[in-house]
Design a protein around this ligand. Structure first.
Ligand SMILES: [Zn+2]
Ligand SMILES: [Zn+2]
Ligand SMILES: [Zn+2]
Length: 328
């Protein structure tokens, strides 16, 4: 089995890529086959709205039934009520747990995933993300608003009801900072945005494209961390997710539904995470940074080698994964 070291052009992280036909997703990463439409114990299910907590945002379908509800996490990691305090403790630095931790309940039904939603429903989800960012952005103590989704236990979800989470923080997370610094270096050197270059390159090479639409491109990245990793990148250079317009939102709903549906078929409904990487809320419209969505299947455990080295081992060549996803 031949292996190859590949470098991610943005973050400069090395990945070991191989073609391992023996590799299969771990069984425990797959979602149970028949989830109930309603779970009486689930606070996110229809009928249990009073258990979900204070309503922060809601969107309804044409019949007036709720589609999406946003509530505070009942056990929040960070709270808006906490006063922001930065403090040095001997040689260490601390900040009070100020921020916001919200749950975006994506459906009144327990048993759905994004690929089962109508396109308008997914569009409303992306609108909800935008509206929550625009609201929280007014709080000047917050530096970064991260939106992510844990699907399946292996991806860290505690409840299988379709939902995503929002974490507003008083600092910019390290992972985003690294990406932004790397993109800034690239821009300093080439006077071009690395993501804009990436789109042009992938569209012309075609072999790692999963889907192209008017406003977005979905690819399997060259140095994927895991088999079937995908990135969805807007064609227009745009640093902030919250600057997305209505036409882009509708188009994003379509391409996301396509990507999740293909992923679910390719990996038999395995766990995955997705996250929106966007600029820190107070930053200007950078020329070097370009928001995007990363979809990361969670089909194997992170082992000692990965933890200790920062290397990832990918058992499926990205070109093969993209070809497979394209044909589905
Ligand atoms: Zn539920
Ligand atoms: Zn760009
Ligand atoms: Zn990213």
């Amino acid at each position: 089995m031949l292996s190859e070291l590949r470098k991610d052009p943005v973050i400069n992280r090395w990945v070991i890529t191989m073609d391992d036909k023996q590799f299969t997703p771990q069984k425990e990463s797959m979602l149970p086959a028949n989830l109930p439409e309603k779970d009486p114990a689930c606070p996110f299910c229809e009928g249990n709205e009073d258990k979900a907590g204070k309503l922060l945002y809601e969107s309804k379908d044409r019949a007036g039934k709720w589609r999406i509800r946003v509530v505070p996490n009942n056990n929040p990691y960070l709270k808006v009520e906490t006063q922001l305090k930065r403090k040095g403790v001997s040689m260490y630095d601390t900040i009070s747990g100020t921020g916001a931790n919200e749950v975006i309940i994506e459906s009144s039904r327990h048993d759905m995933d994004l690929d089962g939603f109508e396109k308008e429903h997914v569009r409303d989800l992306f609108k909800a993300y935008k509206d929550r960012i625009l609201d929280l952005k007014n709080d000047t103590r917050l530096e970064y608003i991260l939106i992510y989704r844990n699907r399946g236990f292996k991806a860290g979800a505690q409840n299988l009801h379709p939902h995503s989470e929002l974490m507003a923080m008083p600092v910019v997370p390290k992972r985003v900072q690294e990406e932004m610094e790397a993109a800034s270096e690239y821009h300093k050197f080439k006077q071009r945005c690395v993501y804009c270059d990436l789109i042009e390159n992938e569209v012309s090479e075609k072999e790692r494209i999963v889907k192209e639409t008017e406003h977005f491109v979905a690819i399997v990245p060259f140095a994927s961390m895991t088999p079937f990793e995908m990135w969805i990148i807007p064609r227009r250079h745009q640093a902030h997710y919250h600057c997305i317009d209505d036409r882009q939102t509708a188009d994003l709903a379509y391409i996301m539904k396509e990507c999740i549906s293909r992923l679910n078929r390719a990996l038999n409904r395995s766990s995955y995470n997705f996250m929106i990487h966007t600029s820190p809320v107070k930053d200007p419209e950078h020329r070097h940074y370009h928001w995007h969505i990363e979809i990361l299947p969670r089909i194997k455990s992170i082992a000692g080698f990965e933890w200790s080295s920062g290397f990832y081992i990918n058992h499926t060549p990205p070109e093969e994964a993209a070809g497979y996803l394209r044909k589905l």
